[in-house]
Design a protein around this ligand. Sequence first.
Ligand code: FES
Length: 491
Amino acid sequence: MSQWVSIWRAAQLAGVPRAVLQQQVRAGEIEENDGMVSTASLLALYPQLQLEAAGLAERVARIRDESFGKRVRERLLPSQEVLAQRLFQQSQELADVQRHLQRYHALVVDLREQIRQKNREVGGDDPRLAALERALAGGLARVLATEPVDALHVMDDMLKVMSAQVTLRPSGHQFTVEGRDSLLQAGLRAGLNLNYGCGNGSCGMCKVRVTDGQVARCAASDYPLSETEKAQGYVLACAHTAASSELTLETLEAAGPADIPEQQIAVTVRALRPLAPDTLLLHVQTPRTHRLRFLAGQSVTLAAADGDGAQARHPVASCPCDDRNLHFFIPRDPGDPLAVRLFAGGVRPGDALTLWGPYGSFTLAQATQPLVFVACDVGFAPVKSLVEHALSLDAAPSLTLFWLATRGDGHFLANQCRAWSEALDPFEYSLFTDTDPAAGALQVARAMRADLFEVDCAFYLAGPEAFVATVTAQLAQAGVPAAQIHQEVLP
Ligand code: FES
């Protein structure tokens, strides 16, 4: 008999992005009902998940050798306390089911006995009572016969212990808590814009209300929740993890840049290395107690902490899922005093910088439609952040990247694009070269026109003004509505 699991869990079981599974549901390839998919149709589409109907011990041994087992092993285990709580909860559910089954069994046996007795009372030759007794006995035998265990159900049960599924209200967003992640870390890793501040239990901004399921403390916190808040089920997301395999939380999420407060943070330079002769990778780290809350695609102002006036605005090139380690691609630019100082070796690992921000609205408006990213030179920085964010959200049916290089540095992170494309089915990329941004933009637009102008895509363009303006004009000419075009003009 087919079981039903959530799309999120089904994607975990099959080891494919959720967006891929959603596409298959839309195409009618997988049976779906009220957000749940049938394990029978999942197995039909992913037959490698089908384990032979042997004994359970053999099955588990096989799981250890298969790709699913590998995915399980690669995850960090939750803490012993959390594992114990999740196992306890599953044992309780199992005990409940067992109790019910025993009662039903007793009821059916009793019924069969009553029918037998009735038939005896009428001389044992009532054909209807005899048929009823035979039907009941046959049904009971079929139910008690050992049926092959649904392999996906076994795997689902294992995943329920290894990881927990969290649903947020009112948004309906879902994410998985794995290993020793707090609710906040897991939510950020999943690309959600959760409310938070310090990330270490002292500001209270990450308060969430647990409306279903159980949580366990996973980190110390100083912020004192009131007795009323505790009674209402509020906990700090940065100091708690999921103790039950399913959890529902009530919380508000940032809807856009206006919901993200401006911050000033003293950061430390962790690394500074050339990606190409005229492009530096700057890696800065925030203090553990003061991380940068930002949306993918946004920029910050960076300044030398010694106050010599060397400061400039740069897009963050990394994903908000890691709010401590921030990456920037700094191009050599005589008009940028900070870049001049960085290229001259005036800043070294371990030095302090001051950061203000985040700024800008070049952020993901909607992640459920096909996404097209179009970058020129270091316009790849905000685009990389957006691509990583979209991959974390796992909701876009496809991601396509067009990257034009006009400088001698070329596509300084082409290997990153290759890695995405090799690892992820829905990601494709094309590289272009032209010394003139506008001419290069026409080249990119010609390549795009083939298939993307017709589809309901969202376009994210980043680069110098001539490039962004030319691609925008080409998109407009092709009938793409302005609301679907998002731009970031860089110097
Ligand atoms: S983010 Fe500050 S207490 Fe959780």
